[in-house]
Design a protein around this ligand. Sequence first.
Ligand SMILES: [Zn+2]
Length: 202
Amino acid sequence: MADSNVKEIEDLIRIISKLPGLGPKSAKRIVLKLINNREELIKPLTNTLAQVYKNVVRCRTCGNLKSTNSDCNCASKKYDQICVVENLADMFVIESTGIYKGHYHILGGTLPSFESKNSGNGLLIESLLNRVKKNSVKEVILATSASIEGETTAHYISDILKNTKAKITRLAKGVPVGGEIEFLDDGTLYSAFKNRSSITND
Ligand SMILES: [Zn+2]
C-alpha cells in the first residue's frame, strides 16, 4: 500500500491526508479500509459527498450551514439571543461546551485592524443588524477572539448595533484557567489588567 503505483489510490491518500488530524499514515489506513469495503463505505460516501457538495451552502442571513432543500434555523422562529462568532469552528467549540444553546451568527472572518471599517469587508454584519431588529433580540453576545482584529470587529459591531434595543455583551477575557502569568502573551495580559475586577468587598 505504501508503494502503491495506482494513481487513483495515491490521489485519494493525498486528499485525505489534508483533512484535519490526519497525516499520510492514517490516510493510508483509511483508504485501505475504504478499498476493502467498496459497497458499504465507498458507495454511500461517494453519494453523500456529492449531496453535500450540491446542497449544503452558507446561509446568507446567519452564515451557518444550511441545506438548499430546507429553510435555515434562523428563519424559523423568534429568538432573543444571538452569539456572534468569527467562523464555524468557533461555533462548534462553543456548542461543544454546552454553555450556550441559542442562535449563532457566523461573520465569516474579522475586520482587519488597519483598514477603513466602512466596507464591512464582506462580513455578514448588515444581516446581523437586520436579524437583531426583526427579532427584537435582547442580547448579542460578541464572541470574537481577543486578537486585535477580533477586538476591532467587536467594537465595530457594537457601534452598528448601538441604536437597537439589544444589550451587547462581550466574552470576558483575561488569564485563562490554569494560565501562568509568565506564559501569557502581551495581549492577554494587557486585557487581563484592563478588565480587572475587584475581589474585595466594598
Ligand atoms: Zn440562517
